[in-house]
Design a protein around this ligand. Structure first.
Ligand code: AVJ
Length: 330
């Protein structure tokens, strides 16, 4: 562990290492040599990818972010007072816009002690930490630079106060069902008896609405999708002709998830220099880059139960687009 920054209010621990830099290489080797090519979505998010994602959140078609924010604004005071929470642990914290809504509610109720953001991006965690200690009097920030699939056990033990562990934005939907339950089980393990999980999930709805959200008119999502190829070109010395890949997004009704793919418009032979790997794409061949599951209340309850959690509160917007739920151990 490397401690990146330490002041009276801020401590930041970094758990990323050389092994993590191999992660993209491993995922590319594994994913691009399969009969049906596939890459995990976490590699979208370099600086450009994160910026494109921020732009997606502002698009008229992309309802999840603003809907979740509205729900959170309405229910944060109840969630916080119910839990008597003094600490917020946020998994995949990003720019901490949503954290502020919860921190405001904690400050209001007089319980606020500490914010614990966990994110792969050191820059994002440092910036958020510095801003937040200025904005909230006496706030402590203990940042963890890491991957919440692997570094949950590095979350510091709670100060002497109940805490909320938040996984927002519908990120849980990026994991296939088995992995998702495993992740919920791992989260359940770091919850004390008085702690709560706060989970944001996109809901099943008219497929046309979902598909528009993942295939916007401006083409920002298409660029975001192709960004994973730019990342591989740069990081692994590959030569993907990125314009030769079309953006595809469709709702799979059977699995109740939206899938993003990249489809080779013509035959492509790609060299991944760093891996000494040649990958052939036939014309029309598709590479799956993301699944984003859409939920129902009963499905979430079943996932919670499988992870040793029980649903406590369930909040949605008036149109049932998105849901926030809280769960407790037991
Ligand atoms: C941040 C993973 C929740 O699945 O909706 C947005 C990512 N992909 N547009 C999602 C995303 C395409 C987003 N998550």
């Amino acid at each position: 562990m490397r401690s990146v920054q330490e002041t009276d209010e801020i401590q930041i621990d970094s758990w990323l290492s050389e092994a993590d830099e191999r992660c993209l290489a491993n995922d590319v080797l594994d994913g691009l040599t399969r009969p049906f090519k596939e890459l995990p979505p976490k590699h979208f998010y370099d600086a450009r990818g994160s910026e494109l994602f921020e732009r997606i959140c502002e698009l008229p078609e992309y309802y999840p972010t603003r809907t979740e924010t509205r729900i959170l604004e309405a229910c944060a005071p109840q969630i916080v007072s119910d839990a008597q929470a003094g600490e917020l642990v946020e998994l995949g914290s990003g720019a901490a816009d949503k954290a502020r809504i919860l921190l405001d509610a904690m400050a209001q109720s007089g319980t606020l002690r500490r914010y614990v953001p966990l994110d792969v991006s050191q820059q994002v965690v440092e910036d958020a930490a510095r801003q937040l200690v200025d904005e909230y009097e006496d706030l402590l920030v203990h940042g963890v630079i890491g991957d919440f699939q692997r570094h949950l056990d590095r979350v510091p033990p709670s100060l002497d106060t109940p805490r909320i562990v938040a996984l927002l934005g519908g990120t849980i939907g990026n994991f296939p069902p088995g992995t998702r339950r495993g992740l919920l089980r791992d989260i359940a393990e770091i919850l004390g008896p008085d702690d709560r999980l706060l989970l944001g999930t996109d809901l099943v709805k008219d497929p046309a609405v979902i598909e528009a959200a993942y295939d916007d008119a401006e083409g920002v999502t298409a660029e975001f999708n192709r960004n994973v190829l730019h990342v591989i070109n740069r990081e692994l010395d590959a030569d993907f002709p990125t314009d030769a890949f079309d953006h595809i997004a469709f709702f799979d009704r059977r699995h109740e998830w939206v899938e993003m793919r990249l489809r080779a418009r013509r035959p492509c032979s790609v060299l991944v220099g760093e891996l000494d790997l040649r990958v052939e794409f036939a014309a029309g061949e598709e590479l799956r880059t993301e699944i984003s599951a859409k939920f129902t209340r009963s499905r979430i309850e079943a996932d919670f139960a499988a992870a040793g959690l029980r649903l406590e509160w369930w909040y949605t917007d008036a149109d049932d687009l998105f849901a926030l739920s809280t769960a407790r151990p037991g």
